[in-house]
Design a protein around this ligand. Structure first.
Ligand code: BGC
Length: 704
């Protein structure tokens, strides 16, 4: 007892008198700041801006983004910390989207792992690498639900499903922010783009969005809510208008939902020049009007366009209360204190050297890439290839590309540090295998090489920088002359495995019919070539599943698995039903699809009934000859409700590893919150009977 009291005394005396909380420190600092200094904290620039250094020294600046090395960052930081009056450090940010120097698969590829721990690990590693350079904020994760593969930015998100999207969103936030945001290797995450950006009409980037509150709440917002619940420190607004109101001044989103309903306490960033763009949306006449609208809606930081400069006059002339500026400056300063930036403003060159491309990071990049690959088709088990093949032809524009392996937003990843598919094959194929290569530019040459081979690996798709922002497509055929190349190579009669690198689905209907094996690899990152070769030669069994529906044609879009029923379901024998006269309704490959080199069998589905929650369980058995991982997916349907409910909704998923012959029982708990839907202004759970599917099995349960 005495010892405990002594310990307590020591502890109390060790605390500095009047120890300050972060909020105390923010208040004390804010009280010393001029209006211009406060506005300085709301501004965010890239290093290219001419007067940047001058501004940093004069008023201080909230954030600079787009810088690379600790040396450069520290040089800029020194101006803030040594030359500016209040020595407020700059928060350095970067688009660290799927890795910093070690590049992981694009987020859509990571989503195809259906493995949140993989997302979390990739983000943790990215945070370690970025923070070493002094980058303490990333503009990631992008959590926009996307149901339209014409939109290039489907590459940056987790696909079409809110439950998978929400799980991935939380995993990224945990990974970036770590257990303690003040730890030197933690960085602020940013859930973007708030909100409904992924629903851009016609899949055209930046286009407008119009949707019901039910779709917004039920489909597009859950990943944002999940990020907020996981403690995300920042959000970024979207470029689009939602139901006529630009997201960047949308009080319904930013005030009613984000702050009031969800209790978000971090800060909100605009997207690139999005505040000034409200003049183009036609909802603001002048930059000042746009700035006032944005800041009063709760957009704390202004990315790049510096329209928040106009706020100084607006305050001085009485058009905006200074308290609004204070609120935003306070939120940004809170984040800087929480990060420990005032104590440790600099990047660490030694740590940077040790962290960037550390062997453990490369190893994780390879393992995660392996899990992200989706085997769409594998007729007569063409894959995996034997390592004893005599001659192998590698054909196609992407067969030996390091650059494209990195996809869009490669942060500080370098092409010369990536492994192309050809390099991966060379490292993995048997020593006696002869490899012939053609980039496919000349179809004759490709055909001649294919003729000499026992097996052809045809590597097609889009270039890495043709996915992501501002890469909308009106057509989803294989680009350029690739369809001709494909048909010419297949016409040789040689066995062809098609490997597609892409940031989105393509309408590969011809290939799906004529090519025996198709492996979808997304953009697999720094170690992509090794990971793809690991799967092609069977060292690793593929286990990725589609996070987005593959349409047969552009005309089917929007096409997504969790659509509502109609009064006239498709019936091919009936004309007046909901169908096309020239195409089936169903997709080429559905959401959740992905094959393995082994087979999995599901048996014994059991669903309990209950009051608050039910359990659903099933056996899954590896019924083939090789070890493999299966993503067990649970879907439900609410057949009768007060509003029409989707034909199927994913409510749970689990990745399980199974040795040949091994069986595991997988159990899910489904509660009321999982089954609630937005209806007439609130979340509503309606008791009753639900249908449930796990694997190919169907059952039902009652939740009262
Ligand atoms: C994109 C954002 C990105 C920002 C900064 C914008 O054009 O929409 O996702 O974070 O640029 O690079």
């Amino acid at each position: 007892m005495k010892r405990r009291i002594l310990l307590l005394l020591i502890l109390i005396t060790a605390l500095p008198l009047g120890a300050q909380t972060i909020d105390d420190r923010v208040d004390a600092l804010l009280a010393r700041m001029t209006l211009e200094e406060k506005i300085g904290q709301l501004l965010q620039f890239t290093p290219g801006r001419e007067d940047l250094r001058e501004r940093v020294a004069k008023t201080g600046i909230g954030c600079v983004f787009g810088m690379g090395t600790a040396a450069d960052i520290n040089e800029m930081q020194r101006i803030a910390v040594e030359k500016s009056r209040l020595k407020i450090p700059i928060l350095f940010a970067h688009d660290v989207i799927h890795g910093n120097r070690t590049i992981f698969p694009i987020p859509l590829g990571i989503a195809a792992t259906w493995d949140p721990p993989s997302a979390e690990l990739s983000a943790r590693i990215a945070a370690r690498e970025a923070s070493a350079s002094g980058i303490r904020w990333t503009f990631s994760p992008m959590v926009d639900i996307a149901r339209d593969p014409r939109w290039g930015r489907v590459a940056e998100g987790a696909g079409e499903d809110p439950v998978l999207g929400a799980a991935m969103a939380a995993a990224y936030v945990r990974g970036y922010q770590g257990k303690d945001i003040s730890s030197p290797d933690s960085i602020l995450a940013c859930a973007k783009h708030f909100a409904a950006y992924g629903a851009a009409e016609a899949g055209r980037d930046y286009n407008t969005t119009d949707m019901s509150e039910k779709t917004l709440r039920g489909i597009y917002l859950p990943p944002f809510k999940s990020a907020v619940d996981a403690g995300v420190w920042t959000l970024m607004t979207a470029f689009n208008a939602l139901n006529g109101v630009p997201a960047t001044a949308n009080r319904h989103l930013l005030v009613d939902i984000l702050r009031n309903e969800w209790g978000f306490r971090g800060f909100v960033d605009s997207d690139y020049e999005a505040i000034d763009e409200m003049r183009n949306h036609g909802t603001a006449g002048t930059p000042e009007e746009a700035a006032i609208q944005a800041i009063t809606a709760g957009v704390d930081m202004d990315m790049v366009d510096a329209v928040y400069d106009t706020l100084a006059n607006a305050v001085k002339e009485g058009r905006l209360p200074e308290s609004v500026i204070d609120t935003s400056a306070r939120r940004i300063l809170r984040a800087k204190f929480a990060l420990g930036l005032f104590e440790r403003p600099y990047g660490d060159e030694r740590r940077e050297k040790a962290e960037h491309l550390a062997p453990a990071h490369l190893d994780a990049a390879r393992r995660i890439a392996q899990k992200s690959l989706v085997l769409l088709k594998n007729e007569s088990s063409l894959l995996p290839l034997s390592k004893k093949i005599g001659t192998l032809a590698l054909i196609g524009p992407l067969a030996d590309s390091r650059e494209d392996m990195l996809g869009s937003w490669r942060a500080h990843g370098k092409a010369e540090e990536a492994v192309s598919f050809l390099e991966g094959v060379r490292a993995t194929a048997g020593a006696q295998t002869k490899i012939v290569v053609s980039d496919g530019a000349a179809i004759d040459d490709a055909v001649a090489k294919a003729r000499t081979a026992d097996v052809v690996l045809l590597v097609l798709g889009e270039k890495g920088d043709e996915s992501g922002e501002a890469n909308s497509r009106a057509f989803l055929d294989l680009p350029g002359n690739q369809q001709q190349l494909l048909e010419a190579v297949v016409a040789t009669g040689k066995p062809v495995a098609l490997i597609v690198m892409a940031g989105r689905p393509f309408t590969i209907t011809w290939a799906a019919e004529k090519v025996p094996a198709i492996l979808w690899t997304w953009f697999a990152g720094t170690q992509g070539g090794h990971a793809i070769a690991d799967v092609v030669f069977g060292d690793v069994n593929p286990s990725g599943k589609l996070p987005i529906t593959f349409p047969r044609s552009v005309g089917q879009i929007p096409i997504y698995y969790n659509h509502l029923p109609t009064g006239r379901p498709e019936d091919l024998t009936q004309r007046y039903t909901s169908r096309y006269i020239d195409s089936p309704n169903d997709p080429l490959y559905p959401f959740g699809h992905g094959l393995s080199y082994t087979t999995f069998e599901y048996t014994d589905l059991k669903a309990s009934s209950g009051m608050q929650a039910v359990t659903v369980s099933a056996n899954v058995r590896n019924s083939g000859k090789v070890a493999g991982e299966e993503v067990v997916q649970l879907y439900i349907n609410d057949p009768v409700a007060s509003t029409s409910r989707p034909v199927r909704e994913l409510k749970g998923f689990r990745r399980v590893a199974l040795a040949p012959g091994e069986t595991k029982r997988v159990e899910f708990t489904i509660g009321r919150a999982d089954l609630a839907f937005w209806h007439e202004g609130g979340w509503k759970f309606e008791p009753g009977m639900f249908r449930v599917w796990v694997g190919g099995l169907e059952g039902k349960f009652e939740l009262k």
